[in-house]
Design a protein around this ligand. Structure first.
Ligand code: ADP
Ligand code: ADP
Length: 232
């Protein structure tokens, strides 16, 4: 589903260069929940953002199915990104828009007819358990509810892939569990491929099929979670 080959990323700030990724190779299979784990600064977020080209790799190739993301122009990329949802640590909701309008936002961008938007948004709010909160504003919601809005919005264009960047790191353990259960449910129900970045091993153990372990821009291990972390 996703193949990344020899990905390197060098950030330049003035005359200072940071080598965030060093020749990373990664394969994610259709329908799996794939984790990327490591300490802060290891390059996890950069690697994730190279999947949908929020960051362009300095070298290397990213393929999604047969599409080479690294060779698309901006218009093609915009199109391709609609099939890749993303959720964030701090939710990135529009604070002056209702829950309804936050979830509707990606559909309005693609000029979806109003009736269709209403139907789709109410299905999505039902899926994430927020039907009652459609008219609420983000500031009226708990952290877990905010992330549910983020998840509903990320699913609006029926993506094949969901990227999660520390999506539970701002939440308490109980809320984290309920969000992870929701991610597992949509992975199964929608046959959605999920790639998640976290610094928390518990998250990896709880929901991931396979995992890549990163250190200083390198993937130092990659394999099934049960092989890497649960056997003696
Ligand atoms: P992680 O997600 O594992 O915490 P990141 O991918 O965010 O790691 O960062 C990897 C390295 O790249 C870090 O040293 C970080 O400071 C640096 N970095 C990340 N984004 C930028 C940027 N936009 N400009 C310069 N350096 C960056
Ligand atoms: P804007 O100010 O950006 O035009 P509005 O808040 O006026 O956005 O809403 C635009 C449309 O979205 C409304 O006409 C309505 O059809 C729909 N809408 C907004 N909130 C809700 C809601 N809670 N439930 C159902 N439909 C809603």
């Amino acid at each position: 589903m996703i193949v990344m080959k020899n990905i390197s990323k060098i950030y330049s700030r003035g005359d200072k260069k940071v080598e965030a990724l060093r020749s990373a190779n990664l394969t994610v299979n259709q329908g799996e929940i794939f984790g990327i784990v490591g300490y802060s600064g290891a390059g996890k977020s950069t690697l994730l953002r190279c999947i949908n080209m929020l960051e362009r790799p300095t070298t290397g190739i990213v393929k999604i199915r047969d599409m080479e993301m690294t060779s698309l122009n901006d218009t093609q990329l915009q199109q391709a990104r609609r099939k890749i949802g993303m959720i964030f640590q701090h939710f990135n909701l529009l604070s002056s828009s209702t829950v309804f309008m936050n979830v509707a936002a990606p559909l309005r961008l693609t000029n979806t007819p109003k009736k269709e938007i209403e139907k789709k948004v109410s299905e999505l709010l039902n899926l994430v358990g927020l039907s009652e909160q459609a008219s609420a504003y983000p500031s009226q919601l708990s952290g877990g509810q905010k992330q549910r809005v983020g998840i509903a919005r990320s699913l609006a264009n029926e993506p094949e892939i969901l990227l999660c960047d520390e999506a539970t790191s701002a939440l308490d353990p109980e809320t984290t569990d309920s969000i992870l259960e929701l991610l597992m449910a949509i992975n199964r129900q929608l046959n959605l491929t999920i790639v998640l970045v976290t610094h928390e091993m518990n998250v990896i153990k709880k929901i991931c099929d396979r995992v890549a372990v990163m250190e200083k821009g390198l993937i130092i291990e990659q394999g099934h979670v049960i092989d890497l972390f649960t056997r003696p």
